[in-house]
Write a protein that binds this ligand. Structure first.
Ligand SMILES: Cc1cc2nc3c(=O)[nH]c(=O)nc-3n(C[C@H](O)[C@H](O)[C@H](O)COP(=O)(O)O)c2cc1C
Length: 207
């Protein structure tokens, strides 16, 4: 089983999402000794900018037009990243909530790889997945909890799960499981992270 583990916290050993993902992967390895994990850490990976050259390459490549040398190099780097998704049997993604959403470096990765013909398809007016990944896991970590806050209902604060789950499904993760762990930066952090690790281990038993 090949697992693509996307890491999107920059906090290394201090990261709740990494600690929870590691507990999950450790248990998964115990249960499936053949498991291979490809760690795609958006903060350590040399992610190219999606700049003029890369965006020109996208517009040309997705329309079947010829790329110049610089564009071909930029598109090649994008294709190599997308190939790591295509090689995965499972996707496990750890996502800290940043400003009610997710870290911008994760969005850079998403913008780099998510193109028509690479991670999704468009035929007529039908949009479909380009991947066929049976199962994925989104580990969503939040510093605090969101009951009604400042007169706003809880759902107004969550722009994390909706987008991450939508994106995973759109590119072809057939079943997306989610673990939300809150209170990772307040007084409840210790027990909250331990709870998350235990939940993650239990989820690995059924992955
Ligand atoms: C830039 C930044 C923005 C954050 N924004 C939020 C937020 O909107 N809501 C929240 O509950 N926690 C927020 N947090 C707290 C993190 O979600 C929390 O510390 C979490 O544990 C981070 O994940 P990590 O430990 O894997 O890095 C923010 C943290 C940072 C660094």
């Amino acid at each position: 089983m090949r697992v693509l583990n996307i890491v999107s916290s920059p906090r290394g050993d201090g990261s709740a999402s990494v600690a929870i993902a590691d507990a999950f992967l450790e248990r998964l390895r115990e249960r499936h000794p053949d498991v291979e994990v490809d760690v795609l850490d958006v903060w350590h990976e040399d992610l190219p900018e999606f700049d003029l050259v890369a965006s020109t390459a996208k517009y040309k490549a997705t329309r079947g037009r010829e790329l110049d040398e610089a564009e071909a190099a930029a598109w090649g780097a994008i294709e190599r990243l997308a190939a790591r998704f295509a090689a995965a049997d499972r996707i496990v993604i750890g996502v800290p909530m940043w400003n009610w959403a997710y870290p911008y470096k994760l969005k850079q990765l998403i913008d780099l790889v998510t193109h028509r013909g690479l991670l999704f398809t468009v035929e007529g007016d039908t949009i479909g997945p380009a991947l066929d990944v049976p199962l994925g896991l989104a580990l969503l970590v939040r510093g605090q909890a969101y009951p009604e806050w400042g007169g706003r209902p809880p759902e107004q604060f969550d722009h994390q799960s909706s987008y991450i789950e939508f994106w995973l499904r759109l590119i072809g993760v057939r079943e997306v499981r989610t673990l939300v762990v809150e209170h990772t930066w307040d007084d409840l952090a210790g027990p909250a992270i331990e709870w998350g690790r235990a939940q993650a281990r239990a989820m690995a038993d059924r992955f």
